[in-house]
Design a protein around this ligand. Structure first.
Ligand code: UDP
Length: 455
């Protein structure tokens, strides 16, 4: 018998955390849900944005960030590469002040389910109070979250990582948990052929439900306008430059949305790139005066030799990675970038810096064997330069292997191409992520039936 609930759309409310690389995948997941006619999607955010997916609109509900109450100037309400350290805790405080309003919104918007970032553990209780499921978006790989689980539970451990590579929250207990157990389940941007073993392992050791839905970016960003919708400025110089380069000849170098380096490290990177003999495109986020002068000189030189192209600030990464001139990337192992690199079928030189990036390096280098490590040894907080400076010789060795013509390099490239095909298959009808997504929506609908709906 058809019920009222069968006809009613499933109302799913998304709450992203306010830093670029957490917003990107959770909004992409919201778009995935919005592709389904029977799902009504709302995103709660504190900065005005609009969003849509393949012609279907997504509601955006804006809450006002209480900047003045926490002593912040208007407009400072997200975490990014230039957030001054003294503002970090104030932004955190501002976000916690919004808790009551957001809880009320879940109720007023009549959510059937909420999908919230792992950094909002309180939403698990909010969902429980409303009698609805909370799905937690966990950024990073299954391997990284399984490893973190094991480290917390069984220290000392078997994974080969040095103490210095382990994040501070695992070195000393800090009482913070992702409220895994309280949530209905978790969502990951990964796919079965990439991490199936770890997905199974994660399920077993945590005893929780989980769905891999990736690569979400590939799934929802299928044409140039989707890709360009990621806040890219209209600057076509990079494209012209890439078009002038032979296939697979350019190295893309980027360290995500939050990383910055001390001058000493920038010098080592610049020299390694220049001495590598390969063409490169380097995304530079530093805007310190001293670095600017040195980098501008460097930029003039590599422009003159036509060997390098610098992008200052925000790069159109999705568009760059799919360009046929790109042959490999140097990455800080942010999980979004790894997924985007895998999707593009590119081998990687891995240079983890902070968050769970040292864990993310492992599947790329040791398990999937589509990458080579530059040999970074020390974890640091995201807003700190850290003490380690990776030498140009080590960077150069990794680049040589990544872009080289020997058998080992060719094998990495082959494996990367095979994975890219698997990524595309995962999101097609019958593919693992596609099947997971359909199953998830069905499950959420049946939960609603068990809850408030009468036949
Ligand atoms: N990104 C981009 N342009 C940039 C820097 C980053 O488009 O100049 C995007 C990138 O494609 C990825 C995200 O921002 O989707 C960065 O996420 P990731 O997890 O790789 O690193 P994080 O920013 O968390 O360190």
């Amino acid at each position: 018998m058809e019920t009222v609930c069968d006809k009613k759309k499933l109302k799913v409310i998304f709450l992203p955390f306010l830093s670029t690389s957490h917003i990107i995948p959770i909004v992409d997941i919201a778009r995935l849900f919005a592709m389904h006619d029977d799902v009504d999607v709302t995103i709660i955010t504190n900065s005005t944005n609009r969003d849509s997916c393949r012609g279907r609109s997504i509601r955006i509900h804006t809450v006002k960030f209480p900047a003045s109450q926490v002593g912040l100037p208007d407009g400072v309400e997200t975490f990014n590469v230039s957030t001054p350290p003294d503002m970090i805790s104030k932004i955190g405080k501002g976000l916690s002040l919004l808790q009551g309003e957001i809880e009320q919104l879940f109720q007023d918007l009549k959510a059937d389910c909420i999908v919230t970032d792992m950094f909002y553990p309180w939403t698990a209780d909010a969902a429980a109070n409303l009698g609805i499921p909370r799905l937690m978006f966990l950024g990073g790989s299954y391997l990284s979250h399984s490893a973190q689980h094991s480290l917390k539970k069984y220290a000392p451990h078997h994974l080969e990582m040095t103490r210095l590579q382990v994040p501070d929250w695992l070195r000393e207990p800090n009482g913070y948990t992702y409220s895994k157990k309280k949530s209905y389940g978790s969502l990951f941007d990964t796919f079965y052929d990439l991490e199936g073993t770890y997905q199974e392992h994660y399920k077993t050791v945590t005893g929780t439900k989980t769905w891999s839905l990736g690569p979400v970016s590939l799934w929802v960003n299928q044409d140039a306008s989707d890709k360009a919708g990621r806040g890219y400025a209209k600057e076509e110089g990079w494209l012209k430059w890439l078009k002038s380069k032979p296939e697979k000849s350019v190295l893309y170098v980027s360290f995500g949305s939050m990383s910055k380096f001390p001058s000493s490290q920038l010098v080592e990177i610049a020299q390694a790139l220049e001495e590598s003999g390969h063409s490169f495109m380097w995304v530079v986020k530093n805007r310190d005066e001293g670095d600017d002068r040195f980098l501008e000189e460097f930029e003039k030189r590599v422009k003159a030799s036509n060997k390098g192209y610098l992008i200052w600030g925000w790069a159109p990464q999705l568009l760059i990675l799919e360009n046929s001139a790109i042959g490999g990337l140097v990455t800080h192992c942010g999980w979004n970038t790894i997924m985007e690199g895998v999707t593009a079928g590119l081998p990687m030189a891995t240079w983890p810096l902070f968050a769970e990036q040292f864990f993310n390096e492992k599947p790329v280098v040791d398990v999937l064997k589509i990458g080579v490590a530059v040999g970074a040894k020390e974890w640091r907080p995201w807003n700190d330069f850290g003490k380690e400076v990776v030498k140009k010789e080590d960077i150069g060795k990794a680049i040589a292997l990544l872009m080289g013509s020997g058998e080992e390099s060719a094998e990495m490239r082959r494996k990367a191409v095979v994975l890219a095909t698997a990524a595309k298959t995962a999101i097609q009808v019958g593919g693992s992520s596609h099947t997971n997504m359909l199953g998830l929506i069905q499950e959420l609908k049946s939960l609603r039936f068990e809850g408030n709906c009468l036949p």
